[in-house]
Design a protein around this ligand. Structure first.
Ligand SMILES: C[S@@+](CC[C@H](N)C(=O)[O-])C[C@H]1O[C@@H](n2cnc3c(N)ncnc32)[C@H](O)[C@@H]1O
Length: 434
């Protein structure tokens, strides 16, 4: 266990002049300040762990400046197609997930997906009385992580080689499971290895969008305590999930990412994109810095076909699609057309209005549906004082035992997203299926 060399306060001073190159200790303090600004850090234990663990040791392939960038991951392995297979996750996401985990000294923690750095943060927080196990499917990662953990002063972390779909041998159940790879399902091993009342924090894929969800194991189900938008590398092994990228412009400049196999003809959507654009505006506004992740999750959990429209910068510059497609714009689609969520600035304010760009012969109808959904979210849910609830049940749970909400059936689980309504809106939503 590494000694805590830096005491973190709410106003960590920057002690060096900006003109001198900063060393790792200084960069670490700056990163912590940035994490606070981003609201990724909430309390002292997680901040102290970030102050104690030398992140640059776990990312030797980049400069210390790059290693300590609060919002950047460091890719450590890529597949033949260039896709990231392993990375040291971005500090902002790690901080948010560690806060979601509500860790305490003495806890037993399982990390799924290794790299070393996050496991070291976990070891700092649970302390010498706790126990951290990290499992990874990739032999290279499993060779590297313990070496870097030992170098950084955390030799007690146990790193296991295997597919996290299976239970970890020779371990008692864990108080916390932190999944650091995108998951579409929660295999039985995760339920079984979690104590009753324990918490799993998992980046859960829901129709192409990902939320890190903190779920407590309570009486045979997993109950949402918090969820936040995030992005992660994809799960490999038995839990790998098929997503489809339907290319709808030359050179894969623009595409629709959908959950599962293709269920529409990319050529027809490409025809639609080449045709005229229909715009529709909702009258629903958002402030300059106000988050609206919940709107996008709401759009993702409406009945009907849904995907994310994605584009490369040149396609945006050519005005083929809105800039929102750079980030993955929530999209409703049919056999012949699609409609995606955009915004436009409200003149003379720092506010924006939500609207829709749509293409294809049925553009007007698709746009009307998305605008209606935006207005429903604004009228019934946005101001209810409650966010969406995400609850996970075993796959064998019958319909009548599920709460009302949007149901996403997986191999091992049934994921339900429920949209609470305000006091003026009784929730009569029947269960709908994705
Ligand atoms: C984002 S990286 C982990 C980051 C790491 N926790 C850190 O300290 O920043 C995700 C890892 O998950 C691993 N992985 C993917 N599928 C897996 C599976 N089925 N079981 C175990 N590990 C898996 C990958 O090999 C990769 O190393």
């Amino acid at each position: 266990m590494r000694k805590r060399g830096i005491f973190v306060t709410d106003t960590s001073p920057l002690t060096q002049s900006d003109t001198e190159p900063a060393g790792p200790d200084e960069l670490r303090l700056r990163m912590i300040d940035q994490l606070r600004t981003l609201s990724a850090l909430r309390g002292a234990p997680v901040a102290e762990a970030f102050a104690a663990v030398p992140r640059h040791v776990f990312a030797p392939e980049v400069t210390p400046e790059q290693a300590y960038a609060a919002n950047k991951s460091v890719v450590t392995k890529r597949g033949p197609d260039g896709a990231a297979l392993s990375s040291v996750s971005a500090p902002a996401i790690q901080a948010a997930m560690l806060e979601q985990a509500d860790l305490r000294p003495g806890m037993r923690v399982l990390e799924i997906g290794s790299g070393g750095y996050n496991a070291a943060l976990l070891a700092e927080i649970v302390g010498p009385a706790g126990h951290v196990v990290s499992v990874d499917i990739d032999g290279d990662v499993v060779e590297r992580a313990p070496r870097l953990l030992a170098e950084a002063g955390y030799p007690a972390v146990r790193v296991v080689h295997g597919d996290a779909e299976h239970p970890i041998p020779d371990e008692e159940p864990f108080d916390r499971i932190i999944v650091t790879v995108g998951a579409w399902d929660l295999p039985p091993a995760w339920w079984e290895q979690l104590v009753e009342g324990g918490r799993i924090v998992v980046p859960l894929l829901m129709r192409g969008t990902t939320r890190t969800v903190a779920l407590d194991k309570v009486e045979g189900r997993l109950v949402d305590r918090d969820h936040q938008r995030a992005g992660f590398v994809a799960m490999q092994g038995l839990g790998a999930h098929e997503e489809t990228f339907l290319s709808i412009a030359d050179g894969e400049q623009v595409g629709l990412r959908i959950d599962g196999p293709a269920d529409t003809d990319a050529a027809l959507l490409a025809d639609a994109l080449r045709g005229p654009r229909t715009e529709a505006w909702s009258g629903v506004e958002v402030g300059g810095t106000e988050p609206f992740d919940d709107l996008d999750l709401f759009l993702a959990t409406r009945p009907g076909r849904f995907g994310l429209l994605q584009a490369l910068q040149p396609a945006v510059e050519a005005k083929l699609v809105s800039g929102w497609a750079r980030w993955g714009a929530p999209t409703r689609y049919s056999d012949t057309g699609f409609a995606y969520r955009v915004t436009r600035r409200v003149p003379d304010t720092d506010r924006a209005e939500f609207g829709v760009f749509a293409h294809g012969p049925d553009a007007a109808a698709l746009a009307d549906q998305v605008v209606a959904d935006i207005r429903t979210w604004d009228r019934e849910h946005r101001h209810s004082g409650h966010r969406a609830h995400i609850t996970v049940y075993p796959a064998a749970t019958p319909d009548e035992a599920l709460p009302a909400g949007f149901v996403m059936d997986r191999r091992h689980t049934r994921v339900i997203v429920t949209w609470p309504t305000g006091p003026d809106h009784a929730d009569h939503t029947a269960a709908t299926r994705g």
